[in-house]
Design a protein around this ligand. Sequence first.
Ligand code: HEM
Length: 500
Amino acid sequence: MSFESSPSLQSMSTTCGFLFFSFTALFSLFSFLIFVSRMKPWCNCDICKSYLTMSWANKFANLCDWYTHLLRKSPTGTIHVHVLGNTITSNPENVEYILKINFENYPKGKPFSTLLGDLLGRGIFNVDGHSWKFQRKMASLELGSVSIRSFAMQLVTKEIHTRLMPLLTARAESNTPFDLQDILRRFSFDNICQFSFGLDPGCLLPSLPVSDLAESFDLASKLSAERAMTASPFIWKAKRFFNVGSEKKLKKAIKVVNDVARGMIKQRREMGFTARNDLLSRFMGSVNDDDEYLRDIVVSFLLAGRDTVAAALTGFFYLLSGTPEVEALIRAELDRVVGPVQDFATFEQVREMHYLNAAIHESMRLFPSIQFDSKFATDDDVLPDGTFVRKGSRVTYHPYAMGRMERIWGPDCLEFKPERWVQNGVFVPACPFKYPVFQAGVRVCLGKDLALMEMKCVVATLVKRFDVRLVRPDQELRFVPGLTATLRGGLPVRVYERKC
Ligand code: HEM
């Protein structure tokens, strides 16, 4: 007897389904009301009203620009968005306090790890406490080793010489405009996949193929970030429970990423990993009995290195195309260090280029790849500027706003001036709590040196050979909401080969 042929069983299952659905709906509604009551949705202050009605959008192109405006006006450099339960700060003393002095009180916290949990699992980006300490130690050891650094640089050099340069040369010859952001995202995805998994997705091959992995990874990151924008977590959780809408798409995208990761792990298990240099093979030496954990660890690296490098380079070329004097000074340094005959700078030469280093730091001051970063307070606390922080509430530091603060960078803070980083011809780093572009303190970015080296190699090679010019020099930058700064509509440019 099948279910279809039994009316009593059919009605019983309908009743159970109805009861279950009603219970879930009531439970979600109840939880939603508790959540909403905690969020203080009725706040009538100017900031909250403007946030809720989105009236800020009448004056500002991006939410981060509105926050910058508010933070500049605030005497302490800190503001509250009550309806979000979020304290946002641009005060370097507060940043040092959160990221270093009272680090234990400001973990990533459950609200964040739940949002990204399905994609990142227990990966370093998404955990606190013991699991984070273990991965941090293991990853710092690996990323600090000379062999992995030279492996990373070999990959970058090969990708620049065999894919990026031929592609740009072809674009220059045909005088075709193209989206530089897209090219840089393809470039960085090829690199980080080869570095993390030893897998080449070939995104920057001449036909610019659609990569299932890249598309699924992007979609998974985007949809995970969008969970934070639903009015209550219960909405996306219910959608996930019933496997509908965006949650269904997210599940499908994560499956593609998982299948690739699991396939690579399986292949390493079968073919051996000791002689290989990619991160997965190296981590397999320390984590040898938990393939899910290995998957989580390497997927975090994909996220860390994919969009961050591309976003920083996109911001750099946007600024450079409007400042020929900076471009001329980078070229003068290239001529001095590399010489006119040699096409590509070596790593040693790139290391000697202080002005180039300054220009890259300066562009990330104005266009940080990660515009803001939040923590969740474990206990009630008071920040150095006197701001009270309630247990469980969100505290956000805002590198985008901090880079545009007169009180931190002076009256010329909105100008792209690499000179502010150079003294007597030598690059002088800024205090990391004034410039938390790579975060700072206990959880500072582990890939900072690699990322900077990668960016310097790209810039040195491109600037030596091409003039990169915006198709619309007056293009207003609008960012897509998400984990990293991505330009809506990309960055359309033309490249011109230099005659020298
Ligand atoms: C311009 C490029 C990059 C920027 C601006 C950047 C920035 C950051 C920031 C702001 C964080 C803190 C994120 C958070 O805790 O929410 C972070 C963490 C991290 N980054 Fe980067 N990153 C870059 C490139 C890379 C690359 C290429 C790698 C790997 C090869 C990497 C590996 C990591 C790791 C593993 C963490 C987690 C550290 C921890 O939680 O202890 N990053 N990065």
